[in-house]
Design a protein around this ligand. Sequence first.
Ligand SMILES: [Zn+2]
Length: 103
Amino acid sequence: MTAPLARLPRPPRLAYCRECGQPFYPRRHDQAFCVDACRRKRNDRERSQGRTALPLILAWRLERKPGALGALTRFADEVADGERKRRREHAAIREQVEGRVGR
Ligand SMILES: [Zn+2]
């Protein structure tokens, strides 16, 4: 007789770290980062980006400083470039891992 499906251990599910893109087996269903250092790195970067963006946003919309929108746009482009680069790297890692698994 076979065990009911609900009692069988779940096979480990491969996930990819949101920061470094490396594959890992999450210990919790909502784990997004492979290690704490990656989680901290991501949080630190986002916090720092927010600290830079907020004064630019206020200069643009509250103080209506000339050139403020340009400065905000340049910063947004910088952030987007970094994110684009990270996403390309993550896609390459994923392709490498899943290409290997598929063979
Ligand atoms: Zn990671």
